[in-house]
Each structure stands twice: as C-alpha cells, then as structure tokens.
Design a protein around this ligand. Structure first.
Ligand code: TYD
Length: 138
C-alpha cells in the first residue's frame, strides 16, 4: 500500500521554527475542520474507523505516535514524530492511532465538518463496504 507522507517546509531562524499549512498549497484539499487529541492515555488505541468520503492529514505537532493504515487488503504502520511531517489518509482506509508518547499532540486537518454518517466503525462492515465499492468501480 502506498502511503503519502508530506514534509512541510519549516521557516526556521535563530528564534525557532514555524510551519504554515495552506489549503491546496500544503494540504491537498479545502480545510473544513481542525481537531487535535492530547493527554492520550498510555496504551490506548484511537480511531478504529474508516470514512466514506473524508480526507485527512495527520500531524503529530508534539511528541510521537503511530498510525496503522488498512485498505482491506494490506496494512501499514507509519510513525509520526516530527512536527513538520504530515500523513495523508484518504477515504475508505481503516485507521488506528496508537503508541502515543505521553506528550503527544496529534492534530488532524479534515476536508469536511464532523459527520457521524460518514464513519464506518465496524471492521467487518468496512470490509463489506470496500468490496461493494470495488464492485462499482469495475
Ligand atoms: P472519536 O470519533 O471517538 O475519536 P477517534 O478519532 O479516536 O475515533 O471522537 C471522540 C468524541 O469526540 C466523540 O464523542 C465524537 C467527538 N468529535 C466531535 O465532536 N467532533 C470531531 O470533529 C471529532 C473528530 C470527534
């Protein structure tokens, strides 16, 4: 499975670092929502869902965490540990976030506002959904 990890341009000088993210320039979609998770309890696995339409970019702006991506056929684990790295997560990908460091802040840029009807929260349902989707594409 191909994963897309962006390396954003830090604008560093002798005062420190600054990263700017603009829609369509740095983020490949219009940013409709930003949310972030912090104080994540040790050994917790978050996510465990896929989205039917939503696209996201995940940035661990502080600390580190790992993301497991699953397209129904292959799984891949990506580490996020730099505040200038962003992982693109397309629709129809099952994702799990885990191995959060105590100080981790995971920020998510999303292509749409929160919509529970866009979620698939059951793994078997996800596999069925992907199958149907692939059928339609043929
Ligand atoms: P949840 O979907 O469980 O997070 P995870 O990404 O780990 O699966 O979301 C936790 C709670 O936050 C849940 O009550 C829904 C709410 N929530 C919002 O209100 N807006 C949002 O943009 C998100 C992502 C979650």
């Amino acid at each position: 499975m191909q994963t897309i990890k962006y390396t954003f341009q830090p604008h560093g000088d002798d005062r420190g670092q600054l990263v700017s993210l603009e829609e369509f320039n740095d983020i490949p979609f219009s940013i409709k929502r930003v949310y972030y998770m912090y104080d994540t309890v040790s050994n917790v696995i978050r996510g465990k869902h896929a989205h039917k339409k939503l696209e996201q970019i995940l940035v661990c702006v502080h600390g580190s965490c790992k993301i497991r991506l699953d397209n129904g056929k292959e799984k891949k684990i990506v580490s996020l540990e730099k505040p200038y790295e962003g992982l693109y997560v397309a629709s129809n990908i099952w994702r799990e976030m885990f191995d959060f460091s105590e100080d981790a802040v995971l920020m998510v840029f999303a292509s749409d506002i929160y919509d529970e009807t866009d979620y698939i929260r059951d793994y078997n349902e996800f596999l069925e959904y992907i199958k149907k989707f692939e059928g339609e594409m043929c």
